[in-house]
Design a protein around this ligand. Structure first.
Ligand code: GRF
Length: 220
């Protein structure tokens, strides 16, 4: 009995039939720290997914360089001078080529067209450095300080065709301190962003949520 060759049949069968990891497409325009946090969480097993492609509209984006260094598919599709939908069709084609299931905007400085939003219906996420619906758009941390709020934070939400507008999945709050500058507040928020994005991706990929009006109800 001991001499019998080990039977690898069932194990091989199981390996072949493991559920496919969901494939993320990351869109960024700059630094890419949120992308890096997601990639790190995948590498350490905190997030079950894989990054299929990283796309930037800016060739000089640091995030693109980091993606290349990590051996990921890194693609630059420059947006300068292109009509919004023409550009979005190119990006969607690239995402399809890499069989992306979920699109994650991570500092992608462009509004998406209705076409893009329809193509990836409820499958596009964005992160914003403020507690939406307060302070949408650029310089959210500056807006928060100027307004004098005592609490700020970050929001991960589904993307629709309006700016920083779709249903909210996760929010993390941070205090605004008396001696905060835009830089210190942004840094405190960024720490939370790096956790909140992974949490939101995990929720969305698990499928244990439903939409009631604008509310994303997470089923436990
Ligand atoms: C983050 O503050 C994010 O909330 C906002 O753009 C910034 C991108 O930073 N949408 P990074 O490129 O991920 O470091």
């Amino acid at each position: 009995l001991l001499d019998r060759p080990r039977d690898h049949g069932p194990a091989r069968f199981a390996a072949r039939h493991l559920p496919m990891k969901k494939r993320l497409g990351i869109l960024l325009s700059g630094r890419g720290s949120n992308f890096e946090a997601i990639a790190n969480n995948i590498d350490t097993g905190r997030l079950e997914a894989e990054i299929a492609v990283v796309i930037s509209n800016r060739p000089e984006a640091r995030g693109l360089e980091i993606a290349r260094q990590r051996g990921l598919n890194a693609v630059c599709i420059p947006s300068k001078g292109l009509d919004r939908e023409v550009y979005d069709r190119m990006v969607v084609a690239e995402l399809r080529k890499h069989q992306v299931d979920l699109v994650c905007l991570a500092g992608f400085m462009r509004l998406l067209s209705a076409y893009f939003v329809r193509e990836f219906n409820m499958a596009i996420l964005n992160i914003h450095p403020g507690l939406l619906p307060s302070f949408p758009g650029l310089d959210a941390q500056h807006q928060a300080l100027e307004h004098g709020v005592k609490v700020s934070g970050c929001t991960v939400h589904f993307v629709d065709e309006y700016l920083d507008h779709g249903p909210i999945i996760v929010q993390h709050a941070v205090p605004v301190l008396e001696d905060d500058t835009v830089e210190t507040l942004a840094a405190r928020i960024l720490v939370e962003e790096h956790q909140a994005y992974t949490e939101a991706i995990r929720i969305v990929l698990s499928g244990t949520w439903r939409l009631e009006g604008r509310r994303v109800i997470i089923e436990s």
